[in-house]
Design a protein around this ligand. Structure first.
Ligand SMILES: Nc1nc2c(c(=O)[nH]1)N[C@H]1C(S)=C(S)[C@@H](COP(=O)(O)OP(=O)(O)OC[C@H]3O[C@@H](n4cnc5c(=O)[nH]c(N)nc54)[C@H](O)[C@@H]3O)O[C@H]1N2
Ligand SMILES: Nc1nc2c(c(=O)[nH]1)N[C@H]1C(S)=C(S)[C@@H](COP(=O)(O)OP(=O)(O)OC[C@H]3O[C@@H](n4cnc5c(=O)[nH]c(N)nc54)[C@H](O)[C@@H]3O)O[C@H]1N2
Ligand code: SF4
Ligand SMILES: [Mo]
Length: 668
């Protein structure tokens, strides 16, 4: 029996773990109490890493679709066939006819990141990732305000007034911001002063708050707009604004319309709740606001995101202890190196001229149109489950079937792998060395190395190995060193600007952590030393912003024991598996004659699904939720790939008008 250190990569919290290995089998996984960052914390998902590693549906051998089924082949045959098909497509249609979609694990797993270099070497702009079905409003506004799309703030752990909007860290551990032991931090915020949670549902995080505002979905811009307006009239930090902020006049003009009455009408909060909110901000002076998918998936995401920056600015909270903390990143070391301002917006794909490209990617909403139009003929999927994650399921099912090839690199069978022409088994988390690169979204400035806990079993291979083999066959330079023989060789250059070298980080058994947090460094690198709040195209959206007035709106929410589509089979907590159901306030359910556990039908202009009803009096009236991530009840049959934001390319996944009825008969 041996104990080996690693860290969990299911989510960006990257909790340090200790895996027990007996005869090559992972028999237990627990938190690493010696790690200075996560201090022994793990959640049910991390604790199930061993079960996931030995998943019965785990992929072990490369297979190819033949005669309607997956047939086992040698690696050479699979790679020869893929590269031959790629060559044919490139000759006939050009490299842009080959696309790639990178899923959630493609972010925290450093060595999976190489897929972008491969696409660049191929010369294809058809790059898609979960960023555009998750949170594109944040990089859009960060880019316009700071010149760097990859700047992300987080609520400072020491804040005395913390405001969480459409985010539920108790379940999710955060969004574009990942914190271990979330309940402890929420308790701390509440004890230090005030913790306000703004959510149409009294979420698990709202339970820990000092105040909860059960806001109407998509109306956050009105609450924030009113608060900014009130602060600019009384209580703004003018010293800060004059020294560090541009565009204050533009913001002032834009929020003028948010009178108390208008804000109350849009948010469906009482005027007292809103004035209490403003008074609490005035009293605190400095505040920490953070928005999650409840905001980013809704229709007014960009406007709300701009105003959340504006509220930080008028309270002098940007880049200040107790306010919005900007972790420069141990690996990125931005406080040392700074950045060059960029504009990453460009034209979108041919079939969707209404959409932009952003961050060198096309929006996922366009994927289905691109396939239907014949612009996209072959698709790689790196650690993703597009059928579950992307909108417009019915169209997507038909489109995926039209592809000349669909090469999927995964660790288990999923709803999407059913459509693969080539299914390639890749090394899983415990078979991959790794290093924390994304600490800029964590409350500590650190990095940590994880060795392979076990060597890849069966015919599983690292993604970098697969891409290098394909690059060799295609005669392109995919950026992966010919001499690389281990994950370490691929990751080492990724830490060239880090506060410590890869080898120093690797030599330490636990996280290498900088002392304290870095504050007050951003203005040294901001263009002209100022935060620029004058973002005309988003101010224009703000001027036109309005709320959805349908009787019932569908909102998203995450579940505790699964991660999107992963572990939706209940493997992380077999006794209490997460289920697909329609959650709503009992009083709303009664309007339709629905009872707990009975079946209801939810429909939109796009489609319809049936699921059991779950009574949950924590929902505000008029708001219904169906979780994503299930194959048999897929909420994305209700979403519309054409319902997109023109600036960020985000598809609307929240605040969608729905019809509800009782399902009398099961639909076959
Ligand atoms: N356990 C678990 N953890 C996860 C994931 C998971 O699937 N399971 N997924 C990971 C991923 S990929 C992401 S992106 C993050 C997301 O992290 P979060 O953004 O924290 O996601 P949720 O936990 O769904 O919390 C969103 C909250 O927004 C509320 N909400 C919905 N619509 C609205 C609205 O219109 N307005 C407001 N104000 N609130 C609204 C919901 O009720 C919910 O409580 O979580 C990550 N962590
Ligand atoms: N309607 C609706 N749709 C949504 C959302 C919503 O709230 N509502 N949420 C959106 C969000 S925030 C996100 S991030 C996306 C998620 O979209 P995806 O990332 O596409 O979905 P996941 O289910 O996380 O899929 C991850 C895949 O990676 C595989 N995998 C896990 N570990 C490894 C590994 O080590 N190597 C390899 N090669 N593969 C691995 C898993 O088996 C799984 O198939 O969904 C989005 N879609
Ligand atoms: S919070 Fe859970 S899923 Fe996320 S890294 Fe930690 S153990 Fe893994
Ligand atoms: Mo996400």
């Amino acid at each position: 029996m041996e104990k080996r250190r690693s860290f969990c990569r299911f989510c960006g919290t990257n909790c340090a773990v200790i895996a027990t290995v007996e005869d090559g089998e992972i028999t237990a996984v627990c938190g690493d109490p010696d790690d200075p960052v996560t201090q022994g914390y793990i959640c049910t998902k991390g604790a199930s890493l061993g079960h996931f590693h030995h998943h019965p549906a785990r992929l072990n051998h490369p297979t190819m679709l033949r005669g309607g089924g997956q047939v086992r082949v040698e690696w050479t045959e699979a790679l020869d066939d893929i590269s031959a098909r790629m060559r044919t497509i490139v000759e006939r249609y050009g490299p842009s006819a080959i696309g790639a979609y990178g899923g959630t694990p493609a972010v925290p797993c450093a060595s999976i990141n190489v897929w972008r270099g491969f696409m660049a070497a191929l010369g294809s702009p058809s790059v898609y990732s979960t960023v555009s079905v998750d949170v594109p409003c944040i990089p859009l506004l960060s880019e316009r305000i700071t010149g760097n799309p990859m700047i992300a703030s987080q609520p400072d752990p020491d804040a005395c007034m913390t405001i969480l909007i459409g985010i539920n860290p108790v379940v999710s551990h955060g969004h574009v911001y990942f914190l271990p032991a979330p309940k402890a931090q929420l308790r701390r915020w509440a004890e230090q002063g005030e913790l306000w949670v703004v959510d149409p549902r009294r979420s698990e995080s709202a339970e820990a708050a000092t105040r909860h505002l059960a806001i109407w979905p998509g109306s956050e811009y009105a609450l924030l707009g009113h608060a900014v307006r009130a602060l600019l009239r009384e209580g703004a930090d003018w010293d800060f604004l004059e020294r560090y902020v541009s565009g204050v006049d533009a913001i002032r003009a834009a929020v003028e319309r948010f009178t108390l009455e208008d804000a109350a009408a849009a948010t469906r909060l009482s005027p007292e709740e809103i004035t209490d909110f403003v008074s609490a901000i005035r009293k605190a002076g400095r505040i920490a606001v953070h928005c999650g998918t409840g905001v980013s998936m809704g229709r007014n995401a960009n406007a709300a995101t701009l105003l959340h920056w504006a509220l930080h600015a008028v309270t002098g909270s940007l880049d200040r202890k107790g306010g919005a903390y900007f972790n420069p990143g141990f690996a990125r070391n931005l406080s040392e190196h700074g950045w060059t301002a960029v504009n990453t917006s460009g034209p979108g794909p041919a079939s969707r001229p209404d959409l932009p490209s952003r961050l060198g990617e096309y929006p996922c909403a366009a994927l289905v149109d691109e396939i239907e139009a014949g612009n996209l003929r072959g698709l790689f999927v790196f650690a993703g489950n597009p059928l579950i994650a992307l909108p417009d399921t019915q169209r997507l099912v038909r489109a995926l079937g039209k592809l000349d090839f669909l090469v999927m690199m995964d660790v288990v069978e999923t709803a999407s792998t059913l459509f693969a022409t080539h299914l390639l088994p890749t090394s899983g988390q415990l078979e991959m060395a790794d290093v924390v690169l994304w600490d800029f979204m964590n409350p500590a400035e650190y990095s940590r190395y994880a060795p392979r806990v076990v060597e890849p079993a069966f015919e599983r291979r690292p993604i970098w190995w697969i891409l290098r083999e394909l690059s060799r066959r295609l005669g392109i330079d995919g950026g992966i060193d010919d001499a690389a023989s281990h994950d370490d060789d691929v990751m080492r250059p990724m830490l060239n600007s880090a506060r410590a070298s890869f080898d120093v980080i690797k030599a330490n058994p636990v996280a290498q952590m900088s002392e304290g947090r870095t504050y007050g460094w951003m203005h040294r690198h901001l263009p002209s030393g100022r935060w620029n709040l004058e973002v005309p195209e988003v101010l224009d959206q703000l001027a036109k912003a309005c709320v959805e007035t349908a009787d019932f709106l569908l909102i998203p929410h995450r579940q505790k024991n699964k991660l999107n589509g992963q572990m939706s089979d209940g493997i992380a907590n077999p006794r209490r598996p997460d289920k697909a159901s329609i959650s709503m306030h009992p009083a709303d359910a009664l309007l339709f004659g629905l009872h707990e556990g009975g079946r209801a039908r939810v429909s939109t202009t796009k489609g319809m699904l049936e699921a059991p009803v779950r009574f949950d009096s924590r929902y505000r009236r008029g708001v219904v939720s169906v979780p994503h991530g299930f194959g048999h009840i897929n909420v994305n049959v209700l979403t519309d790939a054409r319902s997109t934001d023109p600036l960020s390319g985000m598809v609307q996944l929240g605040g969608i008008p729905i019809q509800i009825e009782k399902a009398e008969h099961a639909v076959v």
